[in-house]
Design a protein around this ligand. Structure first.
Ligand code: SF4
Ligand code: SF4
Length: 287
């Protein structure tokens, strides 16, 4: 089966079929060498700082990733996964990184068929020079804008991308429905139930040569450091790409709850209105 056909089928599966079936069919079609998606932080901090941010970005110190380190991580990943469906360049706000454009070429070279997408809140779009838009087009990098309650002409940027032949996505934020994390500091939740209900378990995350099933586990350090807490990350909560090099084994591990799931909500999700973070513990932890 042609690679483009595989990718189309797998993308359809990702959108329409429940997780357990998705993993089964994905393994069958791509013989385990396909990872549905992965994201990485180009920066840890953000210029917006939303309450409930599930990357704990309002609490993170200013950090700009080294482009060479990111490329090395993707080289390791390439030895394991031939194909990745979607690669998300995230943060924090990735447009804060002064060398953002330097990541396009190496990522596109390693993964010519992947959809590579920048996720932005749009604040810095009006500061981007022509080169930014030209490079998005040249390397086929998509722009995904989340519509926060800001005075930004998001739809104007969609139009601009359309005219320039750049892929663009737009998510309208429901301002009354910011999903709360409600972490349990005691770690007494039911791991299996939390994993089953989890909406983040496909947001695989790459950092420092390690692959994580989701984004909260690797970024919990920002919460720990800011509030002097001790949410523990277990060695089995991530894959060290030097140690586990089997794609099918990684895909299998990503189907099961990790130890860290004991901190996550295992009940119905709760929501809050959109607001800027006051850096209060209750934005992330259930009181
Ligand atoms: S814009 Fe995104 S990354 Fe920044 S604080 Fe809000 S949710 Fe987090
Ligand atoms: S630790 Fe488990 S339940 Fe929590 S976000 Fe990650 S995969 Fe989901």
């Amino acid at each position: 089966m042609k690679l483009s056909t595989q990718i189309k089928i797998i993308d359809f599966i990702n959108k329409h079929i429940p997780c357990f079936l998705d993993d089964f069919i994905t393994r069958k079609i791509a013989k385990g060498t396909y990872l549905s998606q992965v994201e990485f932080h180009l920066v840890d901090h953000c210029n917006l700082n939303c309450a409930h941010c599930d990357h704990f970005t309002p609490l993170a110190k200013e950090y700009f990733a080294d482009i060479e380190d990111i490329v090395n991580d993707f080289k390791k990943l390439k030895k394991i996964f031939d194909n990745i469906g979607k690669i998300y360049i995230v943060g924090g706000e990735p447009l804060l990184h002064p060398d953002l454009l330097k990541i396009f070429n190496p990522l596109r070279t390693l993964y010519p068929k992947s959809e590579i997408i920048i996720i932005t809140n749009g604040i810095l779009l009006d500061k981007q020079k022509d080169e930014f838009w030209e490079k998005l087009k040249e390397y086929d990098i998509a722009l995904s804008m989340t519509h926060y309650p800001l005075n930004i002409d998001y739809l104007g940027y969609i139009e601009k991308c359309k005219n320039l032949g750049i892929k663009a996505y737009y998510f309208s934020l429901n301002r009354d429905k910011m999903q709360k994390m409600d972490l349990d500091i005691k770690g007494s939740r039911n791991k299996k139930r939390a994993f089953l209900k989890c909406t983040r378990k496909k947001c695989h995350f790459l950092r420092d040569g390690k692959l994580y099933v989701c984004t909260p586990a690797p970024n919990i350090k920002f919460l720990n450091e800011y509030f002097n807490l001790n949410f523990k990350l277990n060695k089995t909560d991530y894959i060290d790409l030097e140690k586990i090099k089997s794609a099918s084994k990684i895909n299998k591990l990503f189907k099961r709850p990790i130890e860290f799931c004991k901190y996550c909500n295992d009940e119905d999700l709760s929501y809050d209105k959109y607001r800027i973070s006051k850096k209060e513990l209750s934005e992330w932890v259930k009181s």
